[in-house]
Design a protein around this ligand. Structure first.
Ligand code: GLC
Length: 645
């Protein structure tokens, strides 16, 4: 029975003194642990090995697997959405569910740290009421901070973090995100996206660190921020299990190949050859697994179609046995577990039994089946009983899942460690996010050294994104799609400017007279979206909104110095407007700490950001990426003017 065991070399041995103290402490705690044993284990007198924290994880997992029924194993491979558990409270216990998740925006009635912790702990109590008392994993999309939680520190989305070119800053971001997440209950984050975005018409462009796999890989320090030093210090309740997603080629699909609803590129087909796929789409996973020992990987909704086989036979990643098992698990050495994306197996060919069988046999370990966990469990049990899924495959999957639970310390400490809840949204955390905002700003044009602003007397601020924290936070903020307006605590870009300038006139639509303003700052950009909803062609384009163009024309035609900021999840087409601007800055989606933008505008910090993606002259240029044979963007990958702080 083979299942993952972290190699001794991969796990740093604890200092000798700490190990002996741990043994002493555990020996003292053992009697109470025995008393808390499930009846079967207690009858044996000694603590069942799987409950003995002194034993190696592999031994504990082997013991527990040997005690489990097929139904209990299938339950561990099922993940439900929390609302399904609320609708059917017995579901967790009756199915022996392995995990619950909060989908984007699926928050407790009281969206507070204690509201979250009470919610997660309540589900955990139901899991501990099962025969073997196997604790739950609770997952959440903390993709730019614990974005679902009101009051959390909301960081710039990943594309902005790619613009910082600062791996240490990304590690610090995710260390903070892990602490704020785990202090509210979830021990597992569906982050970070290690997608390599190759076409900015993709609605998930902002979730990527950039178009260069080397840049994406460099930013995987975030996995260490999530999981702790060496990528595996999970028992520390400041850390969480991370997810490298979406395996693989999710950002490399061809425009117009999506087969999902109205999407145009998201969940589409990556048409490529194996060498290019390895170089661009697979490379980030080698580092995530071998250097950071990422605890889970989420296969992509998308498909891959090998050109050497003759285009026309795309295989969805959830069914791709060669890539999931042959490459990721066996060749690269992934020892964590695979979590399917949201009902992703429902997109596979055939009836449900065929979909489940295909995905399990391809190597999928846990199934995000938000509202159909009972059907999944029954189907998997039937497929094993019929001999169409081997018990060894189930044991491998469950062994991977249980190993994560043992390493997280959930058998010893299943409930939330709330001791750090006071650090959530703290000034110290927000200061780091503000630094990230400042470092992510990319100065693309600076005629006449318009920036930094010095000695300006009267600033005129306009534009729809100047004073809208919901727009500057973007998707995955309190709700799946995000929303405009004063949605979260923090500072807007305008508020940051007001704190630095003596005299500011603000007029969102530039209807107020500019008067004696010597500088105009126009903040344009996109409204929030997430996933394929943001795909170009699905109600979105890369063009500026008419209102944005009008405000640029009005303000830049009325004041001596005109600065334009673009608050968006991706480059927009500004070719026609650029000549009007004295300075142009890409601000990306800065999150809650908009004041970081003023820090570089007024020279408190230097501009240092550099483009993580190529900036197209027109939408027709997409996809356009560094290394293309004919490469003529408006601004090239890596471009960014600097100023002295
Ligand atoms: C979504 C996304 C994935 C996310 C999951 C859970 O469909 O594709 O990135 O982690 O569902 O919210």
């Amino acid at each position: 029975m083979r299942y993952p065991r972290p190699s001794a070399a991969a796990r740093p041995a604890p200092p000798r003194i700490r190990r002996s103290l741990t043994a002493l402490a555990l020996a003292a705690a053992l009697p109470s642990a025995v008393a808390a044993l499930p009846s079967g284990a207690r009858a044996a007198g000694a603590a069942a090995p799987y409950l003995d924290p002194r034993l190696p994880a592999a031994q504990r997992v082997r013991d527990l697997l040997g005690r489990m029924t097929l139904e209990e194993k299938a339950g561990q491979m099922a993940q439900a959405e929390r609302s399904a558990a609320d609708a059917d409270p017995d579901r967790i216990t009756s199915l022996g569910l392995g995990s619950l998740l909060s989908g984007g925006g699926s928050v407790p009635a009281a969206n507070t740290p204690s509201g979250w912790a009470d919610m997660v702990d309540g589900y955990q109590r139901r899991a501990l009421a099962t025969r073997l008392r196997i604790p739950l994993l609770y997952g959440v999309d903390s993709v730019h901070g614990h974005g679902n939680l009101a009051g959390a520190t909301v960081f710039p989305h990943n594309l902005a973090m790619g613009a910082t070119r600062d791996p240490a800053l990304v590690r610090e971001e995710q260390r903070i995100t892990a602490a704020e997440t785990r202090a509210t209950g979830p021990q597992w984050v569906f982050a970070a996206c290690v997608c390599v975005t190759r076409d900015v018409r993709w609605g998930r462009t902002y979730e990527s660190y950039g178009e260069d796999p080397a840049l994406v890989t460099a930013m995987e320090t975030g996995i260490e921020g999530f999981q702790g030093r060496g990528g595996h210090d999970l028992a520390d309740t400041r850390h969480v299990l991370a997810t490298a997603k979406h395996f693989a080629g999710d950002g490399d699909t061809v425009f117009g190949t999506s087969t999902t609803g109205t999407y145009t590129i998201d969940q589409g087909v990556t048409i490529t050859d194996r060498a290019r796929f390895e170089r661009i789409d697979l490379a980030p996973y080698v580092t995530a697994v071998r250097k950071y020992r990422v605890g889970s990987v989420m296969p992509s909704f998308s498909s891959v179609d090998w050109t050497e086989n003759g285009v026309g036979d795309p295989i969805r990643m959830s069914a791709h046995k060669e890539l999931l098992t042959g490459v990721l698990k066996k060749r690269i050495g992934f020892r964590g577990f695979l979590i399917s994306d949201w009902e992703a197996v429902h997109q596979l060919p055939g009836d449900y039994a065929t979909q489940v069988r295909t995905a399990v046999n391809a190597g999928m370990d846990m199934f995000m089946e938000p509202f159909s966990a009972p059907a999944f469990v029954a189907t998997l049990v039937a497929e094993v009983r019929a001999g169409r899924v081997a018990m060894s495959r189930v044991d491998d999957a469950v062994g991977r899942i249980l190993t994560a639970k043992v390493e997280l310390g959930l058998f010893e400490h299943p409930f939330t460690d709330r001791s750090r809840a006071g650090t959530i949204g703290s000034a110290a955390h927000r200061a780091v996010a503000r630094e990230a905002v400042a470092r992510s700003q990319v100065l693309l044009k600076n005629a006449g050294h318009a920036l930094p602003l010095r000695g300006t007397e009267h600033i005129y601020v306009a534009g729809a994104n100047a004073d809208d924290i919901g727009n500057q936070a973007g998707g995955w903020t309190l709700t799946w799609q995000g929303a405009s307006g004063p949605t979260i605590p923090g500072t807007t870009i305008l508020e940051g400017i007001r704190r630095r300038a003596p005299h500011v006139t603000y007029s969102a639509d530039a209807s107020a007279p500019a008067g004696d303003s010597d500088t105009g700052i126009v903040v344009i950009g996109e409204r929030p979206y997430a996933e394929g909803i943001g795909d170009v062609g699905n109600g979105h384009t890369l063009a500026l909104a008419d209102a944005d163009r009008a405000v640029i024309a009005k303000v830049c035609g009325a004041v001596p110095t005109c600065v334009v900021l673009d608050v968006a999840g991706r480059p927009q087409i500004v070719t026609g407007e650029l000549p009007r601007m004295d300075a142009f800055v890409m601000s990306w989606l800065p999150g809650s700490e908009g004041a970081g933008v003023a820090d570089v505008l007024f020279g408190d910090r230097p501009f240092t950001g550099r483009l993580p993606v190529s900036w197209p002259r027109s939408e027709a240029q997409e996809p356009i990426n560094i290394g293309d044979r004919h490469y003529d963007p408006l601004f090239p990958y890596g471009h960014g003017l600097t100023t002295r702080g």
